[in-house]
Design a protein around this ligand. Structure first.
Ligand code: ADP
Ligand code: MG
Length: 639
């Protein structure tokens, strides 16, 4: 076959293959056009998951009659002049409308403020009809029907109506977050209607409160209760937005949003940085929740990497990553200690599920399996007790020790290693008495964030009281976090003190694992853990970190081998050190099952208050939950 120029329709269909993947991509293009036209109200109607009908109505500037034909022609745009590096609108490629027209029936009705009537064009199978006069208010109505009728192969790849209609909602929500001055509504025979009223007036600068309100419309009201505001700038790149505290995490990444100069993107570098910021406070299979807005000179970012404009290229990716990770980590540290409100809410629900519903007491139903309802009502699951503590297995340094009256002060004065040792040492042997006895504590402790410890129950939970709440702390999770933070801090200053083992411990491992551990011996040395090769497939451990006391060396080395295998190549030394610290913390912290004295509990609470990030354990679960007195009163119908 000889070479020839393809027909306009075929060219448009090829472009459509990239821009219009599914009904949601049509909605994205049409809504972006409406926003570019300055609309403050955008109504979306769909049928059959968008395959049968998509209609987007806006109150924007409209298209003059004599430009309607151009609007549906390829490479015609009103948004770009001569500089492809100066892109300020959402659209600029002049591709969407002709592409849609080549794979569906497309009708555009529009009227500008100046025109005395509206006009309509219709494109069917690449064939144009109009413009002809039509009745319409100021603005534009774009209607797309029988999507992909002209490309049946694409039609076959469509998911169920329900899935497509959900995808449309997701797209609209994603755009809506960065345009709080616009009112969005979605309705149709294939969905329940959704309204997102504007949270500020057009033309005003968008306040933080307006932004947060719109985000909460999309992510749910509980987001704002758990959100930390971000605002920082580095070398002309500004980052604003909100991320949630670590314990407010999700099982997938659908609740992560990123915008560059207002444009929604799904850029891997940006989301990678968001994940990176939470890497040591969230479990690997959980996802942080957050909304990031980046603002920078359009010349420093290329948005023209992909036709759907989801990926971007930064001139200085390292700067952007550093800004995101640094700002979020700073916000997390600043937030101090704060549990997810979802913890207390889950607790309330759990109580209520057992028939103690207060607002509808008469109709409250009793669930026969309170344990099950607790499990289902909350995402928080305490770890099952691991190895039971007993005086025989305890390191001598972990046996009872006389305590100062001011443990927190003592912690500060002592050297770091010693201080931690002392904290660990404060945990005493189990007493024969298994009752939870109330503990006397000075009244001023009631005014501290975590309050005065009152009792330890089930040998793992510290129950404490503040002026207006009840707090329950998971002692194992909390202590693990404190040890981890202490390890990280100690690492920054000097190699940690080691403690020589009387007889070196030999650990048998698969050969590759042994090699990996030995290859990282210098790193482990910094933690005070000394290992060397002991023939193929074994390592000898001669010293362990003094800070951690006695531990199960075999298990520690095996866990470290796993960590090294997983993090060796990808993340570099710093990440690796954090993972080693986390593994060591897990092995070196107080097990559940250990009884504690009142002073010890209060010492732990004070140390938690003093340690940023101690509100979540290393796996991203809360280390404590708080129930406000007002909630307790509600449970008892006193309010
Ligand atoms: P692009 O958005 O990349 O410019 P499109 O094919 O999406 O390309 O749209 C072509 C042109 O049609 C736009 O540049 C704009 O001038 C006009 N247009 C499209 N939709 C609207 C709308 N809802 N209101 C006003 N003008 C519109
Ligand atoms: Mg467009």
């Amino acid at each position: 076959m000889s070479i020839r120029l393809l027909s306009e329709t075929i060219i448009n269909q090829i472009a459509a293959g990239e821009v219009i993947e599914r009904p949601a991509s049509v909605v994205k293009e049409l809504v972006e056009n409406a926003i570019d036209a300055g609309a403050t109200r955008i109504e979306i109607v769909t049928a059959g998951g968008g395959k049968n009908l998509i209609r987007v109505t806006d109150n924007g500037g409209g298209i003059p009659a004599d430009e309607l034909t151009l609007a549906v022609s390829r490479h015609c745009t009103s948004k770009l002049t001569d500089d492809v590096h100066d892109i300020r609108a959402l659209g600029f490629r002049g591709e969407a409308l002709p592409s849609i027209g080549s794979v569906a029936r497309l009708s555009i009705k529009s009227r500008t403020a100046e025109a005395d009537s509206g006009y309509e064009v219709v494109v069917r199978g690449g064939h144009l009809e109009g413009p002809r006069p039509t009745a319409i208010n100021r603005g534009t109505i774009v209607e797309v029907s029988d999507l992909f009728y002209a490309t049946p192969a694409r039609l076959k790849f469509m998911k169920t109506d329900r899935a497509e209609s959900t995808a449309i909602t997701e797209v609209v929500k994603r755009i809506a977050i960065s345009f709080p001055q616009v009112r969005f509504s979605i309705a149709g025979t294939d969905r329940s209607p959704l309204e997102l009223p504007a949270t500020c007036t057009a033309g005003e600068t968008v306040s933080e409160a307006a932004m947060l309100e719109r985000i909460s419309q999309v992510l749910g009201a509980d987001f704002s209760e758990n959100a930390l505001a971000l605002d920082s700038e580095r070398e002309g790149v500004r980052l604003t937005g909100f991320t949630a505290i670590p314990s407010f995490n999700r099982a997938n990444s659908l609740h992560q949003f990123a915008y560059i100069n207002g444009r929604p993107v799904r850029d891997k570098q940006v989301f990678g940085a968001l994940r990176g910021a939470y890497s040591d406070v969230i479990a690997r299979d959980r996802h942080p929740v957050g909304v990031l807005f980046l603002q920078l000179d359009p010349a420093y970012v290329d948005v023209n990497v992909h036709p759907a404009k989801a990926d971007v290229r930064f001139r200085d990716p390292g700067l952007v990553r550093g800004l995101i990770v640094g700002t979020i980590r700073h916000a997390l540290a600043q937030s101090g200690i704060r549990p997810a409100t979802s913890g207390a809410e889950a607790m309330l629900k759990a109580f209520q599920a057992q028939g103690f519903e207060t607002s509808e007491r008469s109709s409250g139903s009793f669930t026969s399996s309170p344990a099950r309802s607790w499990q289902s009502a909350t995402s928080y699951r305490p770890e099952p007790p691991r190895q039971e503590w007993s005086p025989q297995t305890a390191h001598p340094a972990q046996r009872p020790l006389h305590l100062d009256t001011q443990p927190a002060q003592r912690f500060e004065q002592a050297g770091f290693g010693e201080a931690l040792q002392a904290t660990i040492s404060q945990f005493t042997a189990p007493s024969a008495d298994s009752r939870a006895a109330e503990i006397e504590a000075p009244a001023e402790l009631l005014r501290t964030p975590l309050g005065a410890a009152r009792a330890q129950i089930h040998a793992n939970y510290i129950v404490s009281q503040t002026e207006d709440s009840l707090v329950i702390v998971d002692q194992h999770a909390a202590h693990e976090r404190l040890v981890y933070e202490a390890l990280k801090t100690a690492l920054e200053s000097k190699p940690m003190a080691a403690q020589m083992l009387l007889i070196p411990e030999i650990v048998d491992l698969p050969e590759e694992d042994a090699e990996r551990v030995v290859a990282h011996a210098p790193t482990l040395e910094r933690f005070g853990l000394s290992v060397e090769q002991f023939g193929p497939g074994a390592v000898a451990v001669r010293e362990t970190p003094a800070m951690l006391g006695e531990m199960d060396v075999q298990q520690l080395i095996r866990d470290l081998a796993d960590e090294i295998a997983e993090h060796d190549t990808a993340n570099g030394l710093k990440d690796m050190l954090n993972h080693v610290a986390a593994t060591m913390a897990c092995h070196g912290s107080v097990r559940s099952g250990r009884r504690m004295k009142g002073e010890e509990m209060n010492a732990l609470l004070r140390q938690m208050e003093a340690t940023p990030g101690s509100g979540t354990c290393n796996h991203g679960r809360p280390t404590y939950i708080e129930l406000k007195l007002s909630d307790i009163e509600r449970l008892f119908g006193r309010r």
